[in-house]
Design a protein around this ligand. Sequence first.
Ligand SMILES: Cc1ncc(COP(=O)(O)O)c(C=O)c1O
Length: 427
Amino acid sequence: MNPALTQIGAQMSKLTGVRAIMKDIIETLRAGAGQQFINLSAGNPLILPEVEQLWRDCTAQLLASPEYGEVVCRYGSSQGYTPLVEAIANDFNKRYGLNLSERNILITPGSQTLYFYAVNSFGGYTPSGELKQIVLPLSPDYTGYGGICLVPKALIAYKPTLDIDEAAHRFKYRPDFSQLSITEDTGCVLFSRPCNPTGNVLTDDEVKKIAALAAPYNLPVLIDSAYAPPFPALNFTEMTPVFGDNILHCMSLSKAGLPGERVGIAIGDEKWIEVLECFQANIGLHSSRYGQAIAALAINSGALVEISHTVIRPFYQNKFSVLETSLEQAMPKDLPWFLHRGEGAIFAWLWLEDLPISDWEFYQQLKQVGVIIVPGSTFFPGLEEEWAHKHQCFRISLTGTDEEIATAMQRLAKVAEEAYKGAAVTA
Ligand SMILES: Cc1ncc(COP(=O)(O)O)c(C=O)c1O
């Protein structure tokens, strides 16, 4: 018998977005025992030996230090482990000419949790019953934003404009400022930069324009910088982190090799940091301190920034080139396929314009030939309106070997060719 649940219980116990698809993928892998799949669905970064070694070295340093007991045998402050908070303030002040004090920084157990605190503090119903919206200015965006709002109807996403280069089979999303509406009904604004799933990087000007639209309403603009510089620096195009009075700069150490330790970082005005810190104190007291302690060592020594630029970024940038080249070689020139410009993150985003079958059907057909990618329709949280484009896109993870990526793109090209002809490909 199903347990009796509250409204919040019912909502939070449902898997949303890509996590619902992951269940299907895990079942496929289990049922297909013996069948070799090229699985390019994962959002999980690969273990890069140099990165693993960095965290191993920092752990050895922590174990040998008198601080060890203080880190793991004691509770700490809800704001975060002081040496990490100080390391971030010092690093960012030097690097970006800021004037941060420790009151501007909060450490959370992963950045997903940080977004949960933020969207439910600033979006949803006010004490007087008004609904404050959580605005995603450019859809598609991170699927995880779909599961974090306790008032789901508060989440509103805006369709982008498409900048298409027909001849090159490339495209890029841009915010549609003629539609984007930030008003007194908005509670906060949220977007990822670089973007999961598309690899898009909003330009500095676009970010400043969004922040300026929000400024008159004194609401925070959360910039999800899980892939941004200075670490993990998974930007393949020039970008500068944008700071400002109404910006909450949000980071994660997950793509810098530490997803298991759950370290998220918020940087911003202390009036917002304080709200989020209290939310955190109520929910879980504070983040685990082991991950924070080794992060402090890696930031203070400069090793984390160094390894991000010399190992993490080139690794995924090269994977994107392999994917791009393989698609160019395999895809028929006369098909309307468009790869999103690879500006960052660990994914490629493919749009098959006017695809005669849905993204879900295409995903199923691709599984038949041993390739798993993610149907794109799960990456439009908050965009309720029907839009054919939502069912014509796919996220391809850059987490395979070069050979796997090349083979997968050849098989994908074949399935696409057949799909446009109107026939299904069989294994
Ligand atoms: C854009 C983006 N934001 C946030 C997260 C959540 O990361 P974490 O909670 O591990 O910091 C992810 C994870 O894949 C992501 O891609």
